[in-house]
Write a protein that binds this ligand. Structure first.
Ligand code: HEC
Ligand code: HEC
Ligand code: HEC
Ligand code: HEC
Length: 188
């Protein structure tokens, strides 16, 4: 009988410790935010006053990344890699569009393959952080963006696509490449 009690006590203890040490339901940056597509961001990040991030991105190669997969060049590279149609193959799409492989339930109706590597490919899904009050709070340092799905973009973000698995990869110098796509908020 005594043995049984000790056993019971022990198992309750184990359960308690397990519950206490279980990771938080949303570790940093892993919130159930949805990908809404570039139009979600365009409204507020269009004017010169805000830094014209949309226009800068639109002129960058990232906005063209899906269209690139429809070119003859891409078809040639596809052939060399056993891919018939790069524009429909995950082997190519994984780095040439936003949110590839993400569960359909986390993709909004306006998200399009055609937008290529758009804002949320680097900054994370925007459904929670896109509210003006939250955006301002994050920029002011009063709100932790990670809790709303905003990713701290750095070299490792780029390396998810700019790496040796890219059939055309040469080298990636973070500082130089970043300068080519920079879209800062103007200093007030
Ligand atoms: C309702 C308007 C609005 C929408 C929609 C919006 N933003 Fe913002 N965003 C802002 C404002 C305002 C700021 C603060 C900028 C300032 O103070 O000039 C900001 C700041 C940011 C910042 C800087 C955060 C930091 O760490 O300082 C990023 C990155 C950003 N937005 C990305 C996005 C992306 C990506 C989307 C689309 C998913 C988006 N925003 C949608 C209004 C918006
Ligand atoms: C989701 C994948 C993805 C991510 C993340 C990504 N890129 Fe790219 N990037 C691409 C693709 C694909 C191209 C080629 C687009 C084309 O030519 O159609 C490209 C092209 C570029 C180019 C122009 C070509 C070159 O190499 O000079 C620059 C510059 C660049 N990226 C910088 C960056 C930087 C800086 C980051 C991180 C802050 C980044 N990229 C993150 C996929 C990505
Ligand atoms: C691991 C990510 C990744 C994969 C997978 C990938 N690409 Fe790319 N692709 C890139 C990046 C990043 C660039 C920008 C240039 C560079 O660094 O290679 C690019 C550039 C290109 C370009 C522009 C040409 C150039 O020299 O800049 C073509 C065409 C292309 N990719 C076709 C394909 C095809 C076809 C596939 C599938 C067989 C594919 N890519 C798979 C990341 C990838
Ligand atoms: C290829 C990756 C990539 C894409 C695509 C991208 N960004 Fe960024 N963004 C960055 C990086 C890197 C920074 C600078 C580091 C930082 O502030 O987090 C940045 C910074 C910003 C900032 C803050 C600038 C500042 O001065 O603090 C805003 C706002 C922003 N991006 C909005 C957007 C919007 C809107 C889009 C789409 C139209 C977009 N970004 C697309 C990588 C990207």
């Amino acid at each position: 009988m005594k043995k049984l009690y000790t056993l019971l006590l022990l198992s309750t203890l184990v359960c308690f410790v397990a519950a206490m040490t279980r990771p938080a339901p949303h570790p940093q940056g892993k919130v159930d935010a949805k990908y809404g597509g570039v139009k979600t961001c365009k409204t507020c990040h269009l004017s010169a006053k805000s830094g014209a991030q949309f226009k800068i991105w639109k002129k960058s190669p990232h906005a063209n990344a899906y269209a690139t997969l429809q070119t003859d060049d891409a078809k040639k590279i596809g052939k060399e890699n056993g891919v018939d149609d790069p524009a429909t193959s995950g082997k190519c799409l994984q780095c040439h569009v936003v949110a590839y492989g993400v569960d359909a339930s986390l993709k909004g109706p306006k998200l399009k393959l055609e937008e290529g590597v758009s804002c949320e490919a680097c900054h994370g899904p925007g459904s929670l952080y896109k509210k003006k009050k939250i955006m301002k709070g994050i920029t002011a340092g009063e709100i932790d963006g990670a809790k709303y799905g905003l990713v701290k973009v750095g070299e490792e973000t780029c390396a998810k696509c700019h790496n040796k698995k890219s059939p055309t990869f040469k080298a990636f110098d973070y500082k130089k490449q970043l300068a080519k796509i920079a879209h800062p908020i103007p200093k007030k």
